[in-house]
Design a protein around this ligand. Structure first.
Ligand code: NCD
Ligand code: ZN
Length: 346
């Protein structure tokens, strides 16, 4: 008999569903994997800046589900995009509209962040309102405009200052990619957690850039960039450690093939089509498969103060080859063979 097991349906607490035609094209891959996602607000032409934007985006996601015939239970939790002009009232209204988190992108640090924040400490009243409302602060922890290899580590003093100046604010350090950040988050109060992607547990800088520093695999280029082997190991070790403050957020970030392969490569790895299967392989290899469900389906919900999902997925030990394209986007591990296959159970 083929080995298989079931776990509670997973969450992904950091993802990019996009909007417009791309939303329709990629949504099936998210719904196949996750019962609930936290959708990032860095949309074009306008970010999710207000409660009204969030309501419009929720409606667009609902419509895309109907158009794509996706009937599985699926919740897209929404986030607010912080700008220098965000007010405490924006937070209150968004909170009332069901928005669970606000995202801090340092100005210009990554894809679609040109309206990001110049000085987060100038937004004190906004952060205090978030503490008051119980809204989570999601942080893209990189210093913009410096060597990308050093940008995450250089951000850590800002993270520490945020944690100490806003002791009731729940903060998620997103897509953690360095051993230094892993150690820093672990040392901070329990109000601070981190999300971990699949790709940062799998790849290093050497797979993304050649010895000249040129991108050698555009589809592995993302922010924060993959780091050194010691960093990958530290991230992966924390992923499988069973520490409840480190949970799954894929940062699956689809860009149409032409945006990745043309001049000026867009940052983002599209991991949604293979996310859970890759996690199964990782936890199996590290011989802690019994910890997988906590990482994908419990710790994130716990930190966000949300109910756990009710459905289940089944993972079966069967080989399959990852397609070269999913919805016009080249997915993580394209052309590779994966030894597990998951499906959602009704
Ligand atoms: C994300 C995107 O494409 O929106 N890109 C990425 O490289 N991760 C933005 C982000 O999360 O930084
Ligand atoms: Zn992201």
């Amino acid at each position: 008999m083929t080995p298989s097991f079931t776990i509670r349906a997973p969450d992904c607490f950091h993802t990019h569903l996009r909007n417009g035609a791309l939303l329709g094209a990629v949504l099936p891959y998210y719904v196949r994997q996750f019962a609930r996602v936290l959708a990032m607000p860095n949309l074009k032409p306008r970010e999710v800046r207000t409660a009204e934007d969030a309501e419009r985006y929720a409606e667009a996601i609902r419509q895309a589900r109907v158009e794509q015939g996706l009937s599985e239970p699926f919740t897209a939790l929404l986030t607010l995009f912080l700008t220098d002009a965000t007010t405490p009232l924006d937070i209150e209204e968004a909170h009332r509209a069901g928005v669970v988190a606000a995202k801090y992108y340092p100005l210009g640090v990554t894809t679609n962040s040109d309206a990001g924040v110049r000085d987060i400490f100038a937004l004190g009243p906004v952060l205090r309102q978030m503490e008051e409302s119980g809204m989570v602060l999601c942080v893209h922890g990189e210093v913009p405009g410096i060597n990308a290899a050093l940008a995450e580590e250089a951000f850590l003093p800002t993270l520490q200052r945020l944690a100490f100046e806003f002791p009731r604010l729940r903060i998620v350090f997103e897509h953690i990619s360095t051993a230094a950040a892993v150690a820093c988050v672990a040392s901070l109060p329990k109000t601070v957690a981190a999300s971990i992607t699949v790709h940062h547990a799998c790849i290093t800088r050497a797979q993304v850039f050649n010895v000249f520093g040129d991108i050698c695999d555009a589809h592995l280029y993302c922010k924060p960039i993959a780091k050194e082997e010691a960093d990958r190991r530290a991230v992966r070790q924390m992923m499988t450690s069973g520490d409840p403050r480190f949970f799954f957020g894929s940062d699956s970030a689809p860009h149409p093939r032409a945006m990745k392969e043309g001049a000026g490569c867009a940052a983002g790895v599209f991991s949604a089509p293979v996310a859970i299967e890759t996690l199964v392989e990782i936890f199996e290899e590290d011989q802690v498969l019994e910890r997988l469900e906590d990482f994908t389906s419990r710790f994130g919900a716990q930190f966000y103060g949300l109910e756990r999902n009710t459905g289940c997925i089944e993972c079966t030990c069967t080989d399959w080859v990852v397609p070269e394209e999913c919805g016009g986007v080249v997915p993580f591990r394209h052309g590779g063979t994966i030894h597990w296959q998951m499906r959602r159970l009704p």
